[in-house]
Design a protein around this ligand. Sequence first.
Ligand code: XMP
Length: 310
Amino acid sequence: MFDAKSFIEKSLDEIRSIVKDEKVVSACSGGVDSMTCTFLVHKAVGESLLAVFIDDGLRREEEPEFVVDTLKNLGIRVRYVDAKEEFFEALRGKTDAEEKRKAFREKFYRKLGEIVKEEGARFLAQGTIATDIKETVEGIKTQHNVLEQIGIDPEDYGFKIVEPLKELYKPEVRMVARELGLPTEISERMPFPGPALSIRVLGEVTPEKIKILRKATKIVEEETKDLDAFQKFAVLHDDKATGIKEGKRVYGNIITVRIVKSEDATTAKIVEVPYEILHRISKRITSEIPSVVRCLYDLTDKPPSCIEFE
Ligand code: XMP
């Protein structure tokens, strides 16, 4: 049985022995993994830690404000970095899922390398967990935050990596977050992928498509807030479908809604969402987002599907 308390004690010693009195930058997207990692490293090294939130333009509505405010309320120094244009530029013209993931990863670490240098730090702390490493090493997909385990030297980007959670799975990370006293809105937070909405806009990512998906995501989250599930989200398709709006033919966007139960993301089952909720989601998405003419519900477990589409 995993013991969160002794894990924390052991990690604090380990982090201190690696970092010594050097400065550390923590890449903090606001998910349970990166927040737990940031809080743990802060507990170990205090003011030597700077949390960094990179705004890549791919986050959900109000997410940047939520993450920055939460970190401040936890007493952690935080820097907000606006890199929206740079990320859209890095993703421009990329349509293949793996190519997009690699472009995101490259931009993400180059940007972090710049920040680490500006801050005079040597270490980058990140909340990589066992599932991220397993899926990347096994070749299922390139998780954005896995480097050393696939033979990429982080020194090429200008830092050494500290990954205190890399042997844990999601339920254990949540246990550590609870033990550390993090607020429940963090410890129980729904998982959200590092490359954010970019892997839920199928095909090329543009600011316009992200805007559509951000609205659909908000509707799905609002309409399912009382529904017990591991992840609930929307996906914007690359192709289009014919519909009718205000009596006229519209060749418009397609949104798929995906809601799954899972323990640790290695397998997942679809949730039998009450039809009423699905219907409400579909009505709202197609009426509140003018370009969307079709809304679908994904009926596939993992395996054979992955949780995410890309
Ligand atoms: P898949 O799609 O592999 O997702 O079934 C498993 C879990 O991992 C999340 N996910 C990611 N998390 N960086 C992350 O931090 C990534 O690149 C990434 N890709 C997928 C996904 O949301 C699910 O919880």
